[in-house]
Structure formats: C-alpha cells, structure tokens
Design a protein around this ligand. Sequence first.
Ligand code: PEP
Ligand code: MN
Length: 340
Amino acid sequence: MFVTMKPHATQAEFDAVLEKVRSLGLSPHPIAGIERRVVAVVGNTGGVDPDDLFGSMPGVAEALRVSQPFKLVSREVKEEPTIIDLGAAQLGGNAIVVMAGPCSVESKDQILETAHAVKKAGATLLRGGAFKPRTSPYEFQGLREEGLKLLALAREATGLKVVTEVKDTETADMVAEYADLLQVGARNMQNYSLLEKLGTIDRPILLKRGLSATIKEWLMAAEYIVAKGNPRVALCERGIRTFETMTRNTLDINAIPVLKALTHLPVVVDPSHGIGLRKHVPAIARAGVAAGADAVIVEVHPHPEKALSDGHQSLDFPEFEVLMKQVEIIAGAVGRPMKR
Ligand code: PEP
Ligand code: MN
C-alpha cells in the first residue's frame, strides 16, 4: 500500500506515519516527489485496511492499496519519472542517451579507439564487458579486472561514463569500484542473491530483461533491488526468445510503452542483442526510440569481423555515426533532444 501526504504536510506528520508503519511490523519506504511525499508500505499488508489505519492521520491525503505486485517501482506509487544522474548524462530525463562500445573489452587499443570514436559520434557512455557470461565455457570469458582497468582508462581519456556487466556477488564490489553503471545480464535477471547485493551498492543498475521473462517478472526483479535500498535502476529491453529463428532474439517493442506506463524507471533499448544482425541494428534502434525508450545501448567495434564476441551484431564506426544521426532525427520527431 502507499500513503500520500498532503502538499504542505509537516515533517512531524510524515514521521508519525513512518512510526505507525513500523509499529505494525511493516517497512516504510519514503519516496521523494516533487509536489508531495509518498510512503510506500512494504511487508505482509494483507489484513490491514489502508484508509482505516492512515486515512485520518494529520497530514495524510490518502492511503491506498497498490494493485500491482510490484510496489516501489510502480507508477501508482511514484508518478514522476526516476532520473538517474550519471554526471555526463541523465538517464530517464527528456534527452535521449546513447551508450556504445564493444560487447567485450579485448585490449587497450580496441577500447581506447572505440571510446574516442563513439564519443566523437555523440555517445555519452561507453559499454564493454569485462566479465562475460558466455553460453559455452570454452568461449572468451572477458579480461576481468584487467578489462575494468582498461574501461577506467578509456573514461579518463574521453570523459565517457562506463557501463559494464556485474556477473556475480563475489565480484560485485570490485566492478562497482570501476563502473558508473552496473549491468545485470539477461542470464542473471532472476539471480536474487545478486539483485539483493546490488540493492546495497551505491551505483545505478541497468537490469536487462531475462531471455524468457515476462514484464511482470522483470519488474519484480527490479523491485528486489529497490526494496534493498537502491532506487537507481533502469530497465533494458534486449529481446526475448520466441519461435523465430531468422533473428537472434525478438525485440519486444510492446514492452517499451507498457513499461513507461507501469513504472517510473528509465527504459533502455538494446537493438544489438534484440535482433542480433548487424545490418538491421539501426532500424531496431530507431524503432526503440520511436516507441519511447529513454536510451539506446549498442555494440560497436573497430573491426566487427575480428571481435572476440558478438561481432555479427556489432557496428563499425561509420555505421555507428549513421545510426546516431538517424536516432537523433527520430528523437526529434517524438519531441526529445539527443544528449551529446
Ligand atoms: C551484453 O550486453 O553483451 C550481453 C551479454 O547482454 P545480454 O545479457 O542481454 O545477453
Ligand atoms: Mn554482447
């Protein structure tokens, strides 16, 4: 349930609500709003009537049950969008943000060259995996800490912020030392120990959709992170498994407007994994922005044919420049500037 305070409610009235929630054995999660404050009440609230308990308390405007199973990430509880300030860019604001870089960090030259090229074309974040969860244990697993150091070097050289994958709880603190945005891969979306750990880390999270996860399961996964205390979560649509075999995955365009209505969290589109075919990646990036995504994450490599992972879906530098221009036009058509 959630309790909405009146616009001019006092701090003492707000504190009294928090105290009452605790006295019931439930957890209060204050949510800062621009106009009024809201307290989300989490726990087993089955037997209690929100209005009976809170409706008549001084400073309370209304107390209602949240109809969805996800609470803290729901638009019902927080109307205003969550904006994640990454310094170089704000994720979830009006401007469209582009994150670009290789699937995996492979070498100093590769990551520096890519960082300079994507920055020049207008990206504000550099992507690159250092810990790679691969389908086969015999494939390239990433440069691990060495890869993180190279990402930090590229950030220093270009001013781009860094997004990279955190694969497990054991290495989460180490990855957080180097990265500005922590990516949870599709294969880990329901790794609840990892989600809970990330709820305690002071870094924003990019939560990719599981290979066959429903939107509800995905939002519940985000809820795990937020419920543990980290409200800075963005959701990334990266395609789902369907019966189709001509494409690597099927990018679920539907999910973008549906998420924007259900949650206040920023929504990112990943056209690279979404379709998995280099020549069609720009079309899917354009479609994602047209559908309402707040950001695009795209794989770019200096020599896609030589990439150690996902070369078949990586753009080269000239292709990325074209994509940036096209995305900017589509952004303009839906009334959004492009963050450069
Ligand atoms: C990636 O971003 O390179 C990646 C492995 O993505 P996903 O987890 O969506 O497959
Ligand atoms: Mn990849």
